[in-house]
Design a protein around this ligand. Structure first.
Ligand code: HEM
Length: 416
């Protein structure tokens, strides 16, 4: 067997991207009162979402006129009109710098051409098989470490690792390289705040994936990269830059969001013990618990688009060239769609659909995988952590962050 390519660490191995990331996303415990206050002002409010919660300057987009789009209908309008509200200009200077030419940075006609290739690799019938073969072994391995102790921090000991390890398994990564991988996956995002380590991380991940793709093409296996490196659709193979950029994005899009989603799911249930009990006793409630957690505390509170022409939203004129902060969290807490939107209630109606995975042509490719991962993780925890409850000697969990949200700790006890 050929040895896997080696991933090089940052030249300053002491640099901690996790701390910087927290600084850039801000220590915002509860953005919702502010979001509700903004919604009172209308569907379109001038300014940037980020500047509501942090004074960290927006080095990439600060020069553009900005609006926040708020409420379910207005957010859905933006997401489903890609011919007006485009991705390329919105994401090239930030995520584009981190990942390269990936689907999030594309508009039609390029976007649908490549997206359909990636999408096929993440269809429900494909990813449901990964539940047993990929997700369960990762979950088992992580749980084995804290199971005998009767207590754990489910973030540090579990959720912060398992979705990344699922992705590593899919890209056939040598487990010894996992810590560097996780670090570079987070560090690459720092391009968006101008940190030089961002570009360094992107380059190192790109070199690694380039070598891996070459290796897989020479000797394909049954893994995801072999598939993506060799697949042809309409006689066309994925160009290397598009594939490598997608793989860079996968680290964050697949790892970071699912870690956050699982963390808020567990937070919602553990802070509402009667709902936790209901789910523990009836596992058919898991899908609705997942949807409610994503509605209540979606990991991605805002996304972004660029107004490519003069237009209007809910009757408000929007000038061509405006950076449109599309506040998903405001859609998911819109009281006209979700009664008592701030409460966590797994029994509420699931229509309309929450927008935590967005909507329109850029709807999350990985939503089926995320659901499989969250379902398997929650089931395993409920099966094996008997009498699971919050640790009364530790602080209660607190979801933080203004754009990307998750609790920092989730201390629990159980009968071991
Ligand atoms: C709970 C977990 C997840 C959440 C909340 C989430 C959320 C999102 C959101 C909001 C978008 C759309 C962004 C926009 O339109 O501006 C998106 C797109 C995307 N997601 Fe996810 N995601 C999750 C899990 C995953 C997973 C597991 C994967 C791995 C395959 C993934 C891969 C992607 C990709 C590739 C896109 C870009 C799609 C495109 O632009 O066409 N996501 N995700």
């Amino acid at each position: 067997m050929m040895p896997s390519p080696q991933l090089e660490d940052l030249s300053d191995p002491g640099f901690d991207p996790f701390v910087i990331e927290k600084l850039s996303t801000g220590d915002c415990h509860d953005p919702y009162p502010q979001i509700h206050a903004l919604m009172q002002r209308g569907s379109v409010v001038e300014g940037s979402y980020r500047s509501q919660f942090t004074s960290v300057p927006d080095v990439q987009m600060g020069h553009l006129p900005q609006v926040m789009v708020l409420g379910y209908d207005a957010v859905l309008h933006v997401l489903t009109h890609p011919e007006i509200f485009t991705n390329k200009e919105a994401f090239s200077p930030n995520l584009g710098r981190a990942f390269g030419n990936t689907v999030t940075v594309m508009d039609a006609p390029e976007h649908p051409r490549y997206r359909k290739i990636f999408q096929k690799a993440f269809l429900p019938q494909v990813v449901s098989k990964w539940g047993e073969t990929v997700v369960d072994p990762v979950v088992d391995r992580l749980m084995a470490k804290f199971l005998p102790h009767g207590r754990a921090d489910l973030i540090e000991d579990f959720t912060h690792h398992y979705p990344f390890q699922v992705i590593y398994a899919q890209v056939d990564l040598d487990p010894a390289q996992a810590p560097v991988f996780h670090k570079l996956a987070i560090a690459q995002l720092l391009s968006s705040i101008g940190a030089p380590q961002g570009q360094e991380a992107s380059k190192k991940l790109g070199d690694f994936f380039g070598a891996l793709v070459e290796q897989k093409r020479a000797k394909p296996g049954t893994d995801l990269i072999s598939h993506l490196a060799t697949v042809e659709v309409d006689g066309e193979r994925l160009p290397d830059d598009v594939l490598i950029s997608f793989l860079r994005q996968l680290m964050n899009a697949g790892g970071d969001t699912t870690y956050r989603g699982t963390s808020v799911l567990l937070t919602g249930l553990l802070t509402h013990p009667e709902q936790l009990k209901a789910v523990a006793e009836d596992r058919s409630l898991i899908p609705q618990a997942i949807d409610e957690a994503l509605r209540w505390e979606g990991p991605v509170a805002s996304t972004f688009r660029y107004a490519s022409v003069d237009t209007e939203i809910a009757g408000v004129p929007i000038k061509k060239g405006t950076f449109v902060n599309t506040v998903l969290a405001s859609a998911n807490r819109d009281p006209s769609k979700f009664p008592q939107p701030d409460s966590f209630d797994i029994f509420r109606s699931r229509t309309p659909r929450h927008l935590a995975f967005a909507s329109g042509p850029h709807l999350c490719i990985g939503q089926h995988l995320a659901r499989v991962e969250m379902t398997r993780a929650l089931s395993a925890l409920l099966d094996r952590l008997v009498n699971l409850r919050l640790d009364p000697d530790k602080p209660a969990p607190r979801v933080t962050g203004h754009i990307l949200r998750a609790p920092e700790h989730l201390w629990v006890r159980f009968d071991s």
